[in-house]
Design a protein around this ligand. Sequence first.
Ligand code: ZN
Length: 267
Amino acid sequence: MAGGSRKPAARKLTASGIASARSAEEERRLHRARARDLADALVGLLDEDVHLTITDNTSTMVSFRRDRGLLRLRAHRIFLEAPREVVQALARYVRGNKEAGRTLDAYVRAHADQIRRIRAERHAAGLEPRGLFFDLQLIFDELNREFFGSRIEARIGWGRSGPRRRTRSIRMGVYLHDSRVIRVHPALDRPDVPLFFVRYVVFHEMLHQAFPPREVDGKTIVHTPEFRAAERAYPDYERAIAWERANIHRLLRRPTGWTFDLDDPLA
Ligand SMILES: [Zn+2]
């Protein structure tokens, strides 16, 4: 098997790692303080007990329900910095005032960029390109030079190990257009997975940026004919597809939240 970027990656906490951890802690402290201020303001305005949850959820900006005398309110992070009149509108909104909903909508619209940025941050959070056996950044950089004239701009990392799930299909990678993030399934970070296959998965996700989805007759085509043609032109395409067919059942059987054992018999 071609070696290249296959190497164990020792994780060290570097000086810059410590610095960014500290500022993240600072960030969280500020976040909590602002959430407290917002909850205080709402209790003052509503004169009822409030349980406030701040979310990064981009589909629902504000939602609430009452639960045994407690108002459970979920609000997007942008409301932590809302001016007084928006906080007042929030209070009127949970009292059923429709007009207040329009004020909140306007505030959300005015913060569309920030909401997108927060979502991108969340997608990139904890993105770790170095696995135990493959360094995805190295693979990405090589492919970018070799096939894309270094024009692909994306961050890459291993997907998070989810809870053990029985699944009939496995998505080897994903490309998130808004945040330009590529995640590769952690089941591929194994010594019995050939480098050419991991490279092919990364290549496929990079193609998603090079050939974005297209609308055809009101339908979104993700893998356009141009995408498929470029993919078939990839030198290892046949080999990678053949390997996937022959090994997919093993990858599926594999829990993704394993503890790794080098003596683990594979197959
Ligand atoms: Zn795809």
